[in-house]
Design a protein around this ligand. Sequence first.
Ligand code: BDR
Ligand code: CA
Length: 311
Amino acid sequence: PRKIIIDTDPGQDDAVAILLALGSPGEIEVLGITAVAGNVPLALTQKNARIVCELAGRPDIPVYAGCDRPLGRPLVTAEHVHGKTGLDGPSLPDPTMPLQEQHAVDYMIDTIRAHDAGTITLCPLGPLTNIATALQRAPGIAEKVQQIVLMGGAYFEVGNITPTAEFNIYVDPQAADIVFKSGIDIVMMPLDVTHKALVTSARNDAFRALGTPVGIAVAQMTEFFERFDKEKYGSAGAPLHDPCVTAYLIRPELFSGRHVNVEIETASELTLGMTVADWWRVTDRAPNATFIGDLDADGFFALLTERIARL
Ligand code: BDR
Ligand code: CA
């Protein structure tokens, strides 16, 4: 299985991404989970990460707290999407598993250094603050990371927090800029693909029909979180942004995209955090990311339901 570190700001869709990874031990080995401030402040994201591990029956997964604010800007959160706790919907017990003492950034650096080059994949599901901080502190890790598969950005699908920016990149554009310039092989799941991974009511019924605590909690989470997209965009259900990352690790053939140059807007107030993708190769800037644009949504939901059922 592929060794991964999940860097996350749960978030209902982050939670589903983590559950998908933990339900897929044949393909994915979760070494650790690092929390970052994003959808809600750090105190809640690290707690939510532990709630999710316990829901999955995996209190053995080490969870670390990382950066509590973006590199150069005040934190912007998304309670309007995820609710006050970040994980509104189901009522899940407070975690009893401990939070690790080590800082998430130190954990990431130590872990990458301790493993052979090309054997660890980073999976950021929130703002890129922890990853960028690790790269700044220990630039040598860049050549050891196998790949970064992240949720973030948008191009043809424009923005969800400003007219041109997707939330994860917008919250810490400076961090995103560092990551996209790191030279690490990047696969990105922008809104262009995640807005096609919609939990319709039939798909949500399938989660609930599993009848397990995890299946029911997933149904309740997506039900809560779909309000926002239904009201705002008139979409048919909750877009499962972050699970696209972990699904890609299991079944990459469900996704398609293009290897292009992606640069991050860090200066303009109007378009801050925009992921400028050179889709038509109109510049000679070297491709640095695989921009995923489409997925087999039925295949994705079949996989997700099957793996959630295993927990
Ligand atoms: C991203 O922002 C968060 O609200 C979600 O968890 C996802 O990672 C979508 O823009
Ligand atoms: Ca997230």
